[in-house]
Design a binder for this molecule. Structure first.
Ligand SMILES: [Zn+2]
Length: 297
């Protein structure tokens, strides 16, 4: 704010009061969304007032930009899709915030604004395998991570593990680079009951092949490599998997719900959001959301 000699008294007074007005919510905020000081682990102020709310940038409004789906329901301000919001919600609602937490995220889908936000609050690094589809700070092959042991407190890894040929080798490397009690928040497309290798070549948007379509048995693979595992799910999915509400039926959206119900691991399931959070943040339909929380033993 720069005030010149020619400014009228009322204009100068308004300019001086604007920061205070913003603080108490009487004036629109200014600047890029990631600079607004909104801490993503705090519930957005508009949570009660609006039907759609972004837990990352704190945008709120009548609805998200595309229909409800884990790969859609885009936030019009930061561009997050529903699974981005679920991943961050899982991490920030389960880990007590502390400054200097070393967070590594493999191939984040979101761009510069999100990374700026994360850097404001964490010792944050984004990585990518080949730096082609996503632009990372460093290049990392999960099967051979070029980082010292115990150098990462939190690993966020959304939709990468299915593109890695040797799951076991990757999990061992992840275990090595995590600090004592460090955690991985892992998302893979979980659309089947049991893990299988795709019968026809499968690619996602970034042209890297899919080696595995994971199922619930991934839980045992994670446990076997030295992690204590919780499958974090929406309240709706938790209740369906525990048989306390009627199950959804497969509807052609790619999720084989009947198989997923038959093969689930109820003892690993943890409700990671309230009904209201799932509704407002767009974690719908509930069966499309799972984040594996893997704590290094
Ligand atoms: Zn947003």
């Amino acid at each position: 704010m720069v005030l010149g000699a020619g400014d009228s008294v009322s204009r100068r007074a308004k300019a001086l009061l604007r920061p205070l007005a913003r603080r108490v919510g009487l004036a629109a905020p200014e600047g890029a969304w990631w600079e607004l000081g909104r801490r993503p682990w705090v519930r957005p102020r508009a949570f009660r007032r609006q039907p759609a709310v972004c837990n990352i940038c704190h945008w709120s409004g009548p609805q998200f930009a595309r229909p409800y789906h884990t790969e859609m329901a885009d936030c019009p301000l930061c561009g997050s899709i529903a699974r981005d919001r679920f991943l961050l919600h899982c991490f920030l609602s389960r880990v007590e915030y502390r400054r200097g937490l070393r967070v590594l995220e493999t191939s984040p889908r979101m761009g510069a604004g999100y990374r700026e936000l994360m850097r404001r609050f964490f010792d944050y690094t984004a990585s990518d395998f080949d730096l082609s589809a996503h632009v990372g700070d460093i290049r990392i092959d999960l099967q051979d991570i070029a980082l010292p042991s115990a150098s990462v407190d939190i690993l966020l890894t959304p939709h990468v593990l299915e593109h890695v040929p040797d799951t076991r080798r990757a999990l061992r490397e992840i275990h090595r680079v995590l600090s004592e009690g460090g955690r991985m928040y892992l998302q893979v497309p979980l659309c089947y009951g049991k893990t299988h290798v795709p019968t026809t070549p499968e690619f996602h948007a970034d042209n890297t092949p899919v080696f595995f379509n994971f199922g619930w048995d991934l839980t045992e693979q994670l446990e076997a490599e030295g992690f204590t595992v919780a499958a974090l799910v929406t309240p709706q999915w938790f209740d369906m998997l525990n048989g306390t509400i009627p199950p959804a039926r497969s509807n052609g959206d790619g999720f084989h719900v009947e198989e997923m119900l038959a093969d689930s691991r109820p003892s690993f399931l943890v409700k990671a959001a309230s009904n209201e959070e799932a509704e407002k943040y767009g974690f719908q339909p509930g069966y499309q959301f799972v984040t594996f929380e893997c704590v290094k033993r």
